[in-house]
Write a protein that binds this ligand. Sequence first.
Ligand code: GRF
Length: 193
Amino acid sequence: MVLSTGYKKIKTAVFISGTGSNLKSLIKFSKLKKSPITIEMIVSNNPKSKGLNLGKIYKIKKKIFNFEKQAKVEKEILFELKKNNIELICLAGFMKILSKDFINNFKGCILNIHPSLLPKYKGLNTHERAIKNKDIYSGCTVHFVTSKLDSGKIINQKKIKISKKDNPKTLAKKILAEEHKLYPRAILKIFSL
Ligand code: GRF
């Protein structure tokens, strides 16, 4: 699949597992005239995701999938995405690792936001690790998704200074606020190439 721009906006699905604050910022961005995307679907592996409420508020289709049998469920998700002509997937706090097969079906069209300055701190507990290592800076990264965890091509990053007073919680809060600005910027960047 090739990402297309042109006149039509790119039909996007956002995958979440939790709060959905990045989803909210993407929805708000998608409503702007300058946005190249529309958000057509919210996908979650977790029926308790707070972010699912946004589907109701903004009248966006929500789909919850049980990942116990991942291979089977990924086929169902792909079917649903294709049925709705989804062209782009934005992972936003989605806590499942998608299979190589799934990613290949959406080659180059899956983005992720990660709360660290990749390639540093792939995986979980990024803020704890940055503070433990006495890093001076941390931040967030938007990147293309490949089958190697948190390793695809970087689109953009925002660096922030870690204060001596920061703990993982305060750092997460600071970085999250930056994530909300970074993800829309990344989308603008890839579609204005
Ligand atoms: C964000 O920090 C994101 O980078 C990480 O999980 C968090 C999700 O937050 N992968 P939210 O659900 O978007 O509020």
